[in-house]
Design a protein around this ligand. Structure first.
Ligand code: ADP
Ligand code: MG
Length: 343
């Protein structure tokens, strides 16, 4: 939080705060007929179907303000919602943002949070059209709803995977999880001796993956240009294995994925070893990478074959073949979905 200036929220009040949020917000979509300022936002008619998704983030459960700066948090809160819209193969258009604040937060802190929100709104070309602001007795609570649109036939559900489809993932996996391990470790070091400065310089990629995730809208736009609709799609928020289980269940199929095809960054690999963790377990079960997991029909493979950031990790099988990981020495082992346990 900004130490230079601190304005208590009570000096400008809830409406003053909302005014400030509104002043820093611009509307880009013709469909955003009315944004912040009335009892409800008004969204214009469109011949496309709409997707709507909400995510709630609680301090102490989903984020820790001792290592995520507020501006990053604002960006990330929007990005994780955009990622859910992307996972439907839709284009995000609007978000609403609700925040519950304790008196620990100043006006400047809220402004910093919204700087991140507005940066994300620019980056993903979406409008902030409303929200709610209220007091919290404990930590910061953020709830974001994102709206997106697509042609009906462009929507990718979890249920559309077919036997022999190719399983694709974007980017690399496990980095956000390893980044979190590093941030947690350095926090403990700092708590036990505040004179110790956190050593994060050696882990720029993975700490960035944790603090500054980017929803893969770039891939969604590319798929559109290629005229390719994935047969099924999800974003990877809870871990690859867990998301594969969702697709298997919704599509009534099995999967076979290959250990040597799983995309991992070298820093993720090295850090996993440093923490005495199995790198493959991190790739399979680490959450919060916000990459895309999707399946395509084999006939679409040539369109993506040369893509530098899409990896083909396996194929869809009949449901009775189960969910298999083929290890480097060609042994088939049952895939386990540990995922993130929130409760
Ligand atoms: P109400 O009392 O009807 O809930 P509010 O005074 O909470 O209305 O909200 C007034 C306007 O400001 C609405 O358009 C609402 O969507 C918007 N708004 C409130 N809080 C936020 C926020 N944190 N971020 C963005 N817009 C907000
Ligand atoms: Mg309200």
């Amino acid at each position: 939080m900004d130490k230079e200036q601190r304005t208590e929220i009570e000096t400008i009040g809830e409406f003053g705060l909302i005014d400030l949020i509104r002043k820093n917000t611009t509307l880009k979509h013709p469909g955003s007929l009315k944004g912040i300022g009335d009892d409800a936002a008004v969204l214009g008619p469109t011949d496309l179907v709409r997707v709507v998704t909400t995510d709630m983030l609680l301090e102490g459960v989903h984020f820790d303000l001792s290592y995520i700066p507020l501006k990053h948090l604002g960006f990330k809160a929007v990005a994780v919602n955009v990622s859910d819209v992307a996972a439907m193969n839709a284009i995000p258009t609007q978000v609403t943002i609700s925040i519950a604040l304790s008196n620990r937060f100043s006006v400047e802190a809220v402004e910093t949070f919204y700087e991140g929100v507005n940066l994300a709104a620019e980056h993903y070309n979406i409008d902030v059209v409303g929200g709610d602001t209220t007091a919290s007795r404990s930590g910061l609570v953020i709830s974001i709803t994102a709206i997106g649109e697509a042609k009906k036939e462009q929507i990718s559900y979890r249920s559309g995977a077919k036997v022999n489809d190719i399983i694709c993932v974007t980017g690399d996996l496990g980095g956000a999880f390893m980044g979190l391990q590093v941030l947690e470790r350095e926090k403990q070091v700092f708590l036990s001796d505040p004179n110790m400065q956190p050593k994060l310089d050696a882990y720029p990629y993975i700490t960035g993956r944790q603090l500054k995730p980017d929803a893969r809208m770039d891939i969604i736009h590319e798929l559109r240009e290629l005229g390719l609709v994935p047969s099924s799609m999800m974003d990877i928020s809870d871990g690859l294995a867990s998301e594969l289980f969702h697709i298997c269940k919704a599509s009534d199929v099995g999967v076979a994925i290959y250990e040597d095809k799983l995309p991992m960054d070298k820093q993720t690999y090295d850090t996993a070893l440093e923490f005495n963790l199995d790198p493959i377990t991190c790739v399979l079960n680490g959450g919060e990478d916000y990459e895309l997991l999707f399946t395509i029909d084999q006939k679409d493979f040539p369109k993506l074959e040369k893509h530098p950031d899409i990896h083909f990790i396996g194929h869809v099988t009949a449901p009775d073949e189960g969910k298999l990981l083929i290890t480097k020495n060609q042994t088939a082992v049952a895939l386990k979905a540990q995922g993130w346990k929130h409760f």
